[in-house]
Design a protein around this ligand. Structure first.
Ligand SMILES: [Zn+2]
Length: 292
């Protein structure tokens, strides 16, 4: 395929996206591509566009193929609502044991789910997609050896604490394809898989989509809702939980309950109730407070 062909394909796809974005109909954007292509009479062009879909997964949502950091979505617009097709899934591990859930944990936000695996256990790609990052954060740091995949369905998945990575950046993978081996690298105490599901950087509880105990998806689709008015916090600690969005605030130097309340648009009483603290509680630096 020549470069010129790719360019033609991209322009054609961009035209479709443009029309849909204009109508602000984000769900329609996800209508089966076949439907949208009915107006195109060239079979060759249809094939080309389909090929581009996997070469640039979910390109209508993500502004760039950024490989400098895990969470960098400058210029991205998070839709208020988006429905993911989960049917092409594969479980990242056959393990059914969750060792740590998603949510605030010991004053930090746990942006993923921990599943028990042993060093050397095969880890699989959750959906079709393209490998965005294959990195190592080093000994006892962060994710350790990790992999980030951007999927055709709009999700990104992160696999952390691996002992070995079996794929390379920019490689296309199919759901269920082995991508790495389980391990205990990075900030990990005891071998496990740290698994994240993200949408434009917003961490979504993987348990809302994947049921590890049953080794199945929760439903064929998952509809993500985003509270635009709340905005995304500077620390990126915004998480979608069920139908609502829970906002968190990481305590910085100089923060007080009244300052946080004003900044986050909630009352001090609400802050106290949500975090089971009182107005007299001394805030710790780095402490994570629930704000909604
Ligand atoms: Zn974890």
């Amino acid at each position: 395929m020549s470069f010129k062909c790719i360019k033609v394909g991209l322009i054609a796809v961009a035209a479709f996206v443009g029309v849909n974005a204009f109508s602000q109909d984000l769900i329609a954007r996800q209508a089966p591509i076949d439907k949208k292509l009915k107006s195109v009479d060239s079979l060759a062009l249809q094939k080309l566009i389909k090929a581009e879909q996997s070469e640039f997964p979910a390109f209508d949502l993500y502004p760039s193929w950024n490989q400098t950091s895990v969470h960098n979505y400058a210029g991205a617009t998070v839709p208020e609502s988006y429905t993911f097709d989960l049917t092409g899934f594969a479980m990242p591990t056959p393990s059914t044991r969750i060792t740590s859930k998603f949510g605030p944990r010991r004053g930090r936000m746990h942006n993923g789910i921990d599943v028990k695996v042993y060093v050397g256990d095969t880890i699989y790609a959750a959906f079709n997609g393209k490998i965005r990052m294959v990195r190592d954060q080093g000994r006892r740091k962060g994710y350790g050896k990790y992999i980030v995949i951007r999927h055709d369905n709009g999700l990104e998945t992160v696999y952390g604490h691996l002992s070995k990575q079996l794929v390379a950046e920019d490689q296309l993978v199919k759901a269920g394809e082995p991508i790495g081996l389980g391990g205990n690298t990075g900030r990990s105490y005891g071998s496990h898989l740290h698994f994240e599901t993200r949408f434009l950087g917003v961490a979504i509880n993987p348990a809302l989509m994947f049921n590890f105990e049953k080794q199945d998806i929760v439903a064929d689709t998952y509809t993500f809702k985003y509270n635009k008015r709340a905005g995304r916090s500077a620390s990126g600690m915004m998480v979608a939980d069920g139908d609502g969005v829970i906002r968190y605030h990481k305590v910085k130097s100089g923060d007080s309950l009244s300052k946080i309340a004003a900044q986050r648009g909630v009352s001090i009483d609400t802050l106290c109730r949500l975090n089971r603290i009182t107005r007299k509680t001394v805030l710790r630096l780095g402490q994570v407070l629930r704000c909604s």
